[in-house]
Design a protein around this ligand. Structure first.
Ligand SMILES: Cc1cc2nc3c(=O)[nH]c(=O)nc-3n(C[C@H](O)[C@H](O)[C@H](O)COP(=O)(O)OP(=O)(O)OC[C@H]3O[C@@H](n4cnc5c(N)ncnc54)[C@H](O)[C@@H]3O)c2cc1C
Length: 524
């Protein structure tokens, strides 16, 4: 077994864990983050993409509304390259209660969420596809954020402060010595090797898996309830700004433009297992109907991909066990010293991606206090690498880049304008990356063809670089296509059926995909 030593082990490489490891490292502790998969592969990679202005919570959860408003401004600064400042609208639809607008307005004023009431004509000018029957509209500072870019930014910043980031390391045990945490054991899924990291402190940022992780330290009944929500990416940006229905938070009431697509969502259903998240067809229909309310003709546009994620909701005894929509969205810090008599371990769950930095600050403050140190948080003042110029993302950036290098660079993915250089650079930096790892960072296969053209090219390039032999490349491609299919079949209608048939012809006609030799799972 490989042995290592550090001060603080952070478990979980979603938004929360990435924020925590950055904060811990910036306060001068030695720290290691471990995730059982890639960074942002859990809930953080399966969310709606909205950098909340706070508007959604001004009536239902005023405290969260204020936190979101404040963190929106901070994240836009420190993670600028991941954020697009689209702006947003809250609109009262033709059949929505008109008086909610007054409650919303009062809530926005009281919570400090920046807003402005605009005329219906102005809202329709800003968003020409919007339902012309809307009765009232408010403009807010919603934005969109690429969760993967944000998490990698935080992780790279942590590395600059000496942190180590171990992806594909699954925690299997938390070792106690009496009432003190002593070490974390994990298995490295890439090599099969066991590793033990001796430490003084563990921060459990395992999202919907946080309860399972707390169990490993003999801290039972950490009740994190996975609340599943589905989302559907539609071809093109049907809207330029985030469009929210101005109603009490409900299903399918937000449309978010992210990169080249827009995403409708979401639902909220209590599930047992965060590793087993369905995309039920009735919920797909529900989302398409919800889209129609905001954008007439929504159903006629092309649905590209569906996915589901699990909110790490902390159970509040005041609401029924099945009612995840009304469970607290606020962050919860569980102090195992106080709760279970175990020193050196804290759990954090709940909250939102928008408030990831604040969540990290709050839990690291508790840790610093328990360690008897005096090391203030500085994450608010310093931008992550890649965001130092404070320039926010714009959807046309890749196009500008591609036009500049028109004759110099091959385009591997036409849908997302991903260049060969971008792909080769990332393969060089992360030679053991799977195609899904590459997808998360480069958007490979996320456009209309869902990998039909670009995945074969990426496979060829990967093989040419010598980083993977033919057998491994075949295995990677097969797994990638299988994963894409999970999000394709629930939304197959109209043009996307024709696209999928074409993709199938390409894979069978060029590679005889069904008859390629099966590779060992270990190759992937
Ligand atoms: C449907 C939906 C829509 C949402 N939309 C928005 C939105 O628009 N805006 C917003 O601000 N928030 C949104 N949220 C909330 C937001 O996505 C989450 O609050 C946030 O992503 C949670 O991040 P996390 O790091 O706590 O959890 P996760 O991202 O789930 O991270 C937990 C990590 O722990 C790892 N892990 C688990 N077990 C182990 C183990 N044994 N060893 C090592 N690692 C392990 C997992 O691999 C995972 O990477 C949404 C959530 C959902 C479900």
């Amino acid at each position: 077994m490989k042995k290592m030593e550090t001060d603080v082990v952070v478990i979980g490489g979603g938004a929360t864990g990435a924020g925590v490891v950055r904060d811990v490292a910036m306060r001068g502790y030695r720290t290691i983050l471990v995730d059982r998969a890639d960074l942002g592969q859990g809930t953080t990679g399966r969310y709606h993409g909205l950098l909340h202005s706070g508007g959604r919570y001004v009536v239902s959860d005023p405290h969260s509304a204020t936190e979101c408003a404040e963190e929106n401004a901070i994240v836009t600064r420190i993670n600028a390259d991941a954020v697009e400042t689209t702006g947003g609208l809250f609109v009262i639809g033709p059949d929505d209660p008109l008086d909610f607008g007054d409650a919303w307005l009062k809530g926005a004023q009281e919570t400090g969420v920046p807003h402005e009431e605009i005329s219906v004509a102005e809202a329709l000018r800003r968003e020409p596809r919007l339902n012309p029957g809307i009765k009232r509209a408010f403009a807010v500072e919603d934005g969109t954020v690429d969760g993967w870019q944000m998490v990698w930014g935080a992780a790279k910043s942590a590395e600059e402060y000496g942190a180590q980031i171990f992806t594909y390391h699954e925690v299997t045990d938390i070792v106690r010595e009496g009432d003190q945490v002593r070490a974390v054991r994990a298995i490295d899924h890439k090599t099969g090797e066991d590793i033990e990291i001796t430490c003084n402190f563990v921060i459990n940022a395992g999202g919907p898996w946080a309860g399972q992780i707390a169990d490993m330290a003999e801290c039972p009944e950490v009740n994190v309830v996975p609340g599943r929500g589905i989302m559907i990416a539609m071809n093109h940006r049907l809207v330029n700004q985030v469009v929210n229905r101005c109603i009490y938070p409900s299903d399918g009431d937000i449309l978010v433009p992210v990169h080249t697509v827009c995403i409708i969502g979401t639902t909220d259903v209590k599930v047992e297992d965060p590793d087993n998240l369905a995309i039920p067809r009735n919920e797909v229909q529900q989302m398409l109907d919800a889209g129609e309310v905001l954008i007439p003709g929504f159903r006629n546009s092309r649905a590209l991909h569906a996915w589901s994620g699990a909110r790490p909701l902390v159970k509040d005894n005041r609401v029924s066990a099945d009612d995840t929509r009304h469970m607290s969205r606020g962050m919860s810090i569980i102090d195992h010293q106080h709760r279970d008599g175990l020193n050196g371990m804290l759990t954090i769950a709940g909250g939102k991606l928008t408030t990831y930095r604040l969540m990290a600050k709050n839990i690291v403050d508790v840790m610093v206090d328990q360690l008897g140190d005096d090391r203030p948080c500085t994450t608010e003042t310093e931008a992550v690498p890649g965001s130092k110029d404070l320039k926010t993302y714009h959807v046309t950036h890749r196009l500008e880049e591609a036009e500049k290098n028109l004759r110099k660079e091959q385009i591997v993915c036409e849908c997302e304008l991903m260049s060969r250089r971008q792909l080769e650079d990332l393969i060089e930096e992360q030679p053991t990356a799977s195609f899904d790892d590459l997808r998360r960072q480069l958007r490979l296969g996320m456009g209309p063809c869902q990998g039909g053209f670009c995945s074969i090219r990426a496979a060829g390039i990967m093989q040419e670089t010598g980083k993977a032999d033919t057998e491994r490349v075949t295995a990677l491609l097969r797994k990638f296509l299988k994963n894409r299919w999970i999000g394709l079949w629930p939304i197959l209608y109209g043009d996307q059926v024709r696209q999928t048939a074409l993709d199938n012809w390409i894979f069978q006609g060029t590679l005889d995909m069904d008859h390629l030799p099966e590779a060992e799972e270990a190759h992937v």
